[in-house]
Design a protein around this ligand. Structure first.
Ligand SMILES: C[S@@+](CC[C@H](N)C(=O)[O-])C[C@H]1O[C@@H](n2cnc3c(N)ncnc32)[C@H](O)[C@@H]1O
Length: 376
């Protein structure tokens, strides 16, 4: 790596901490260094992420530049032969010790964490073939219910393609795509995407509803809803209403819904292959606090569901206290809801009332999904 680029990567690492996540520092720094070529920016990003992915093997007392070099060598060795890293070594170094109390840690998951993440797109319905051809370097996901998913392995800046500007595809992780497929909203229904964020799943829900019916999209972060509105305009999604909601008992509407999706804030352990710095900044306290928020969100939305309506709870994390713990809590609290059997979008023959998407089997984020129907 050229010393000039190495120096920028080392500076970004030095500025990154829990309050300043590496991806935001990186984005700001690359914007500031406007003379960098695209391939140079990409090289810097890779160096920063490789450093955090292999952080457990490094000595943080040593200068970041030397550590980046060590991390890159480890990554190359791993790419050549992942089995050269023993299960014990990965268990000790790939994640902090507290994780084994909370997550089903397997060698397969740890190897998935050390691998480069895959980039997934979601094409408008029935357009995956055409978009994959137009972009090149694209692979279709045809063995699952996720027929609009495309894996992109090229190096173009996808945000600059005409297809992106015309709203013909979105960048969306394949496991996130699976969540809206599980929701299975019908055209003409009324849904609530209670933690809509920047609208990733909202756009997909609307697509599945063929832009018919209505989706309430709420979030507590105004800036996220602002981004959501930009994305809906680009994707030509009109059947939604965006409102602020802080997750409290005071609901944003008296509407009774056919379905509610709570894609809850979580510890994000399922995204640690994509966002490796978070392994070293998140802790057991986050898991505990976020599980409490998730329990509250589910309890608060429950009364807004029509008899016969659906409640879907999803999190991009793999801790038992969130996921199963929260789902069990909700079931104990609300006897007027019955577990719903879901078709696993990655394996349609598999019917389950709790779905786990592990990165090693889906190639996407780790996620947990549970769903219930309100008794009639
Ligand atoms: C997992 S993200 C949602 C991602 C989004 N559904 C998507 O597919 O792009 C969780 C969202 O919950 C929001 N949030 C956090 N705490 C909340 C609360 N107490 N009430 C409502 N929303 C909250 C966050 O702002 C964040 O946008």
């Amino acid at each position: 790596m050229e010393p000039r680029l190495l120096k920028i990567a080392a500076e970004i690492i030095a500025k990154s901490d829990r309050e300043h996540p590496a991806d935001s520092v990186l984005r700001a720094e690359l914007k500031r260094q406007s003379s960098l070529r695209r391939d140079e920016s990409r090289e810097i990003s890779r160096a920063v992420f490789t450093y955090f992915r292999w952080f457990g093997w490094l000595d943080p007392q040593k200068p970041a530049a030397g550590n980046i070099f060590v991390a890159q060598q480890l990554a190359e060795k791993f790419a050549r032969d992942p089995q050269r890293f023993s299960d014990d070594e990965l268990r000790a170094k790939a994640v902090p010790a507290w994780v084994s109390e909370s997550v089903e840690v397997s060698p397969e998951w740890l190897r998935a964490l050390q691998s480069e993440p895959r980039l997934w797109l979601r094409a408008k319905r029935g357009q995956a073939d055409r978009i994959a051809q137009a972009l090149g370097f694209s692979w279709l996901e045809s063995t699952t219910l996720l027929s609009d998913a495309i894996e992109y392995r090229g190096s173009e800046d996808l945000f600059r393609t005409p297809e992106f500007h015309h709203g013909e595809f979105e960048l969306q992780d394949i496991s996130s795509q699976a969540v809206s497929v599980v929701c299975d909203p019908k055209p003409g229904e009324t849904w609530w995407d209670a933690c809509a964020g920047e609208g990733g799943k909202l756009l997909h829900l609307s697509e599945l509803m063929q832009n018919k019916g209505l989706i309430w999209a709420s979030d507590r972060a105004e800036w996220r809803l602002k981004k959501l509105k930009q994305r809906t305009a680009r994707a030509k999604v009109f059947n939604y209403r965006a409102v602020l909601w802080d997750g409290s008992k005071r609901l944003p509407t008296k509407t009774k819904f056919d379905g509610v999706l709570v894609d809850a804030p979580c510890s994000g352990i399922g995204t640690w292959h994509r966002n490796p710095q978070a392994r070293w900044t998140a802790g057991a306290n986050d898991v505990r606090e976020l599980a409490e928020i998730q329990r509250r969100l589910l309890t608060h939305v429950a009364d807004s569901i029509k008899p016969g309506g659906k409640l879907v709870y999803s999190v991009c994390t793999l801790s038992r206290e969130e996921s199963l713990g929260v789902a069990d809590f909700f079931e104990n609290e609300r006897k007027d809801f019955t577990r719903l059997e879901m078709k696993n979008p990655f394996n349609p023959a598999d019917l389950a009332t709790r779905l786990w998407f592990w990165p090693q089997s889906t190639g996407g984020n780790g996620m947990f999904v549970a769903a219930w129907r309100r008794n009639s």
